[in-house]
Design a protein around this ligand. Structure first.
Ligand SMILES: [Zn+2]
Length: 112
């Protein structure tokens, strides 16, 4: 239960296929159905806390710039847009929208 190991293909963003469905029934979560039949979901807050953008993570040192205490419980995703065929751009209810989440990152973060 505690293993966070990902399948080897998740390590290479180029080789992770896009989800066949993106589920947004619950505003506080995003769910995915992957081409290999796996399903996963993650809360908007967890995603927000893992945002890889330059405002949340120092581009050069990788240090976290985001204070988790500033991210409200019950945060929701207010918009989700495809970025090419490799990632999602997610707008959160706190107005943050600069994070780009690759399929590989979404699989890893949601535990698929
Ligand atoms: Zn960010």
């Amino acid at each position: 239960m505690t293993s966070q190991a990902s399948p080897p293909e998740s390590a290479d963003p180029e080789r992770v296929q896009p989800p066949v469905r993106i589920l947004r029934r619950e505003p506080e979560r995003i769910g995915f159905e992957w081409p290999d039949g796996r399903e996963s979901s993650i809360s908007a807050r967890e995603l927000r806390l893992s945002c890889p953008c330059a405002r949340c993570v120092d581009e050069f040192t990788g240090a976290a710039l985001l204070d988790p205490e500033t991210v409200p419980e019950g945060l929701t995703q207010s918009n989700v847009e495809l970025v090419g065929n490799y990632a999602l751009s997610i707008t959160f209810s706190d107005g943050h929208r600069t994070g780009i989440f690759t399929w590989a990152a979404l699989r890893r973060l949601s535990g698929a």
